[in-house]
Each structure stands twice: as structure tokens, then as C-alpha cells.
Design a protein around this ligand. Structure first.
Ligand SMILES: Cc1cc2nc3c(=O)[nH]c(=O)nc-3n(C[C@H](O)[C@H](O)[C@H](O)COP(=O)(O)OP(=O)(O)OC[C@H]3O[C@@H](n4cnc5c(N)ncnc54)[C@H](O)[C@@H]3O)c2cc1C
Length: 402
């Protein structure tokens, strides 16, 4: 395939693709891989990448990274995406959320303590932001942290904590000052998930699996050295995490790409030849293909901005919005063109099963990391400069809100 690579990029791609060919097959997973095995393999794959200098490609060498370029990181992800590897949140949260927030708001000691073990897969992370009454309105969260000497005492409940039941550490947003407006009274912490007082209760999903948890914290003590940023700087830290989460959500897996759907259409029998010979099918594929290309180019622009030191901020919302909507439509269509076998999949029909999984995942992605409507609000207000939503709680101390 012609990737339009520069000579340096082509050399790096070829080096990576050879390394993957030699090392990735041992770590690949299938639909039958059980959760414990998945986690073990995810950590082992992370360690393998770290050993070869491919974990944290953009991070400085002294924290275990490669000090490589944005483009090298993208090239690696693209080549890695060609294999069915255990890459989910169990290792992803550490890399796309914990390390960026520690790097931007934490101290050098904190980065040294956590970055390298995270890159090696020795430490896994979960995100403790959402609460039963604080999802879209995250700044309304009620989990509180009260200072007691050199420690903070945390009480409260989080929900939808993905993979918390396998996490060693969590990134936690808690209220430290209820007497100021809701965004201003928050502080960011790293919390050892094995601390006394943490109770993790898996939520059983319709699939029978439990990717999420409720996390209860009762008098959990966090040493002050695990506070990230200043007291009251929690909202800025959370924005760093959410921006990074939205940027990383635009990194497509091979099975999520429109190319995959085009191949599927070419293999699916249609009224005349294959489904790909149908003009209506071609028109819709062309539309999603153009959206995907736009998303990829916009993603590159955001990463370039980031590498030049200016955070993309609210613009990153556009990526997640376009990605999740397109994925839901195109994966739904992928199931549709396969007729009944798209719905009633069998383990022997890998393509149909993959498309169905992608469809279900895309539905969750329209909510995870910011629901569509909330992202639209952010784009309207903070990118396009349109008038803000009515906010009755603005500038009112949190403890005076009803
Ligand atoms: C797959 C997945 C993984 C997740 N993992 C984690 C995790 O690891 N850690 C974590 O902390 N959280 C996690 N979450 C939670 C996620 O961040 C929240 O679900 C999300 O922020 C939405 O919050 P909510 O579910 O409370 O919905 P609500 O905020 O109650 O929203 C319900 C509906 O109301 C709409 N709405 C809300 N406010 C407005 C408004 N101002 N204007 C217009 N419409 C509005 C929303 O768009 C949505 O359609 C995960 C969610 C999913 C789906």
C-alpha cells in the first residue's frame, strides 16, 4: 500500500512492521480469550513494547519513553492496529490519561515514580470521575477529600469505573472545598486501589461481562504527595485528561475503519455481484470514507498543535463526536448488508461477529468520555463562540446549591 511516507517514515514503518511480525503473534487474542488471560497478556504486551522502546514513543527517555515524534507514534499505532492485540483500557487509561495529567500538572518526582512502571505494564489504572449524579455535569461531583495532617481522607461513590477491578492505581477527582463555585473546589489525586476503605463492585452488563464498576470509598487515606497540581486545580487536571481521552479515541482500530467495511462489502453477496457493486452501498461508503479521512487529518492537526505546546482543548471534542457517530452508522450498515448473518452471528463468522461488537461499542462511545449533546455544547460555546447555555449554578458556592 502507498502510505505517502517520507524516507525516514518509511524506514521506521518497515522497522516496526518487522518487529511486530516477529513479536505480536504470541500476544494476539481471540473472542474466546478470558478476562484474566486478557489482562495478563495486555500487561505482558506492554512490557514487550517497553523493552523494545515502543511504549510511550513521544515521552522523554528519562521516564521510559523513546523521545520520538508524533508521526512515529502514529505509524506505530497504525501498524500495531493490524493485529488483534490486548490493547483496551486496562493499559490504555494509564497511557492516555494518567501519564498526560501527571506530566502536565504533576511534579518530576511523581512522573518518575509512575511513568516508567505504567509504560512497562507493571501499574494499571482506572479513572474515578463519574458519579451517580455527576456524569455530563462532572463538576457537580460529591466525593469529598478532607485534609488531615499530611493526608487526605476521602469519602464518596464513583460509578462506571472501567476496569477498576484490575487497576493498581486510580486517577481521582474529588471536592476539597464546598464553599466555592463547583468547578473551583475540586482537587486531583492518585489513589492506590489497594488502600483500606475501597470497595469495588462490578456492574454486570447485558453481555454477561463486567467492564465497569461502582467504586465506594470510605475514609480512604491518600498521602498529600499523591495530589496532582495545586489544591483547587482539579478541574484543569480533569480537562487535560478528557482532552487526551478524546484525542486517543480517534485512534482507529483496523476493524473500525471504513476500509474494513469496504472489504466486507466486497465479500458479501449482493443482488448483482457483491454488495460493493450496488450504487447505494457505494454512495454511503464514500460518505463515511470522507468523514473518516477528515477525522484522520483533523486528528493529525490536533497532535501537531499538541507537539507545538498548545493544547487543542475543546476542539478535540469534534474528533470524538465525528468518530462515534460515523462508527455507529457505518457498523450498523455493516450488519445490515450481511442480512440475517449480521444479526445472528456465529463464532465461525469472524467478520460478522467483529462488526456486531463494533456496533455495540460505538453505541457506548456516544456517551463515554462526554455524550454527544455535551460535546456539541462545548463546540458551540468554546470553539464557535456561540452564546453559553443558561447556568443557574454559575458562581454560586457548591454548598449553597439545592
Ligand atoms: C463505555 C463507557 C466507559 C466509561 N468509563 C468511565 C470511567 O472509566 N470512569 C468514569 O469516571 N466514567 C466513565 N464513564 C462514564 C461517562 O463519562 C458518563 O457516562 C458520561 O459522562 C455521561 O454521564 P451520565 O452517564 O451520567 O449521563 P447524563 O449526564 O445523565 O446524561 C444523560 C443524557 O442527558 C444529556 N445531557 C446531559 N447534560 C446535557 C446538557 N447540558 N445539554 C444537553 N444534553 C445533556 C446527555 O447528552 C445524555 O444524552 C464511562 C461511560 C461509558 C459509556
Amino acid at each position: 500500500m502507498d502510505f505517502n511516507d517520507t524516507p525516514d517514515e518509511a524506514a521506521f514503518r518497515s522497522e516496526v512492521s518487522q518487529w511486530l511480525m516477529q513479536n505480536a503473534p504470541e500476544f494476539t487474542i481471540t473472542a474466546d480469550t478470558k478476562e484474566q488471560e486478557f489482562v495478563a497478556k495486555a500487561k505482558a504486551w506492554q512490557a514487550k513494547k517497553a523493552e523494545a522502546g515502543y511504549a510511550g514513543i513521544r515521552l522523554p527517555k528519562d521516564v521510559g519513553g523513546r523521545a520520538g515524534s508524533e508521526m512515529e507514534s502514529i505509524l506505530f499505532d497504525t501498524e500495531e492496529g493490524k493485529y488483534e492485540l490486548p490493547l483496551g483500557p486496562v493499559v490504555g487509561i494509564g497511557q492516555s490519561m494518567a501519564i498526560p495529567v501527571i506530566r502536565k500538572h504533576g511534579t518530576e518526582d511523581q512522573l518518575k515514580r509512575f511513568a516508567e512502571p505504567t509504560l512497562k505494564g507493571d501499574i494499571t489504572w482506572c479513572q474515578l470521575f463519574s458519579e451517580p449524579a455527576a456524569g455530563s455535569d462532572l463538576a457537580g461531583l460529591r466525593t469529598k477529600a478532607v485534609k488531615d495532617g499530611d493526608e487526605w481522607v476521602v469519602n464518596g461513590q464513583k460509578v462506571w469505573s472501567s476496569w477498576a477491578h484490575h487497576a493498581d492505581w486510580g486517577i481521582l477527582l474529588a471536592r476539597t472545598d464546598p464553599t466555592v463555585a463547583k468547578h473551583k473546589g475540586l482537587t486531583f489525586f492518585l489513589i492506590d486501589m489497594k488502600s483500606p476503605g475501597i470497595d469495588i463492585r462490578p456492574i454486570r452488563q447485558i453481555s454477561g461481562e463486567s467492564d465497569f464498576n461502582e467504586t465506594f470509598m470510605t475514609d480512604v487515606r491518600i498521602p498529600d504527595k499523591y495530589r496532582i497540581g495545586e489544591v483547587g486545580e482539579g478541574w484543569a487536571c480533569a480537562m487535560t485528561v478528557l482532552t487526551s481521552e478524546r484525542l486517543s479515541s480517534a485512534e482507529l482500530k483496523e476493524s473500525e475503519s471504513v476500509d474494513y467495511l469496504i472489504e466486507l462489502a466486497a465479500q458479501t453477496p449482493g443482488d448483482r455481484g457483491t454488495a460493493l457493486d450496488n450504487d447505494c452501498v457505494r454512495e454511503r461508503l464514500a460518505y463515511w470514507y470522507s468523514l473518516e479521512q477528515g477525522q484522520k487529518n483533523f486528528h493529525l492537526r490536533m497532535l501537531t498543535k499538541l507537539s507545538q505546546g498548545s493544547g487543542p482543548g475543546a476542539e478535540a471534542s469534534l474528533l470524538k463526536l465525528v468518530y462515534a457517530q460515523r462508527l455507529q452508522q457505518s457498523a450498523g450498515f455493516g450488519m445490515e448488508i450481511q442480512g440475517l448473518s449480521g444479526l445472528a452471528t456465529s463464532p465461525s463468522d469472524h467478520a460478522a461477529e467483529e462488526m456486531q461488537k463494533t456496533y455495540i461499542w460505538s453505541t457506548a462511545m456516544r456517551v463515554a468520555g462526554g455524550a454527544d449533546e455535551v460535546l456539541l455544547n462545548q463546540i458551540a460555546e468554546r470553539v464557535l463562540g456561540m452564546p453559553g447555555e443558561m447556568r443557574g449554578d454559575k458562581n454560586i458556592p457548591f454548598n449553597e446549591l439545592a
